[in-house]
Structures are given as structure tokens and as C-alpha cells.
Design a protein around this ligand. Structure first.
Ligand SMILES: [Zn+2]
Length: 176
């Protein structure tokens, strides 16, 4: 499936192919929540990095999330690149150098009508803010940290893969 995305101000437009386009994965980690999560979570998709087309690349900035230990002390920065528009702040996609074949666009940046997922995965619940309610429906899966299942495997299990699907694993590397 071809995904078209853009930031809010229109300076950045992008597109990519995704074999796994269902927006089922809600990430409650503090990075997603603080940088973009309106409901207390962000929704990550997965797409083929080789197909990424970008207009307005000069306006894209990258955030490497600060990683902290349990006491809140700074331990370093995440290798994951969180791409966002330097004018309006819209989060665009996440790219991890460890998984160079994959781009994880945020569903919030996608303009294409995405399919409604039959069930959802809620992840990084140990980083959830106290005010965030988990709106889990029957069949949803809940994880304190990373889910056991990659985005590709979830689509495979539910028979929702689109042709040309990549079989490569894709655990999200967001960090907590
Ligand atoms: Zn913008």
C-alpha cells in the first residue's frame, strides 16, 4: 500500500510503500507521549525505507531521544532518529540505523486513509502517564515494554499483509 504523508504546515511531504499499514500499535512510552502523543500514546506504522520519497527535506529535523536510567539520570541518547518538521513540529517518522530497511512513519502524519485494525497492541505501559486510560477492546494485547510480536508478524498472524510484504523482523527501537 502506498502511504502519503505530510507535516501540518505543508513544508514536508513524503511517501513510501508499506506492506503492514494497519495502525494497531499504540506506544505509551514517554518519548512518544512527550513529542507527539495527543492521547498519551503514538501510533507507529512500518514501511519500506527504499521506497521513501521526500519533498522539503531541508525542513526536516532529527531528534535523538535522551535515554535515562530508573532514577532519571541521563545515560545517553537513542540511536533512533525521530524525524520531524522544524517549522510546525509534526512528527513524521522514526528510523533506526540498526534496521536500515525499515521506516516507521507515525500514523498521525499519514494522509492516506488507513485501514481500521481488528485489534490493537498497547506497548510501553510501564511508561504510561497516570492520567492516560488504556482503551483496550476485546482481543487487544498489552505489554509493559516492547511487544513480543513485530509489526510484520502481527499482520501475518491476522492475514492482513499486502503483496510484497517484507519478512524482516521489525521490533521498534524507541527506547522507554
Ligand atoms: Zn511543517
Amino acid at each position: 500500500m502506498q502511504l502519503e504523508g505530510s507535516c501540518h504546515c505543508g513544508a514536508v511531504q513524503f511517501s513510501l510503500e508499506s506492506a503492514n499499514p494497519y495502525p494497531y500499535q499504540r506506544c505509551y512510552c514517554s518519548i512518544c507521549r512527550k513529542t507527539q502523543g495527543g492521547g498519551g500514546y503514538a501510533i507507529n506504522l512500518s514501511g519500506d525505507a527504499r521506497t521513501l520519497k521526500l519533498k522539503g527535506g531541508d525542513h526536516v529535523a532529527v531528534y535523538h531521544a535522551v535515554v535515562r536510567d530508573g532514577q532519571g539520570a541521563r545515560e545517553g541518547v537513542s540511536s533512533a532518529e525521530r524525524h520531524f518538521c522544524s517549522h510546525c513540529g509534526s512528527a513524521l517518522w522514526l528510523f533506526s540505523p540498526e534496521w536500515p530497511d525499515l521506516i516507521h512513519p507515525f500514523a498521525s502524519a499519514i494522509d492516506t486513509n488507513l485501514p481500521v485494525p481488528p485489534e490493537r497492541t498497547h506497548l510501553f505501559l510501564d511508561s504510561k502517564a497516570s492520567w492516560v486510560e488504556i482503551e483496550a477492546k476485546q482481543g487487544d494485547k498489552l505489554f509493559k515494554g516492547y511487544p513480543e510480536e513485530s509489526i510484520a508478524r502481527w499482520h501475518e498472524r491476522l492475514g492482513l499483509e499486502t503483496p510484497g510484504a517484507s519478512a524482516s523482523p521489525d521490533p521498534l527501537r524507541n527506547g522507554g
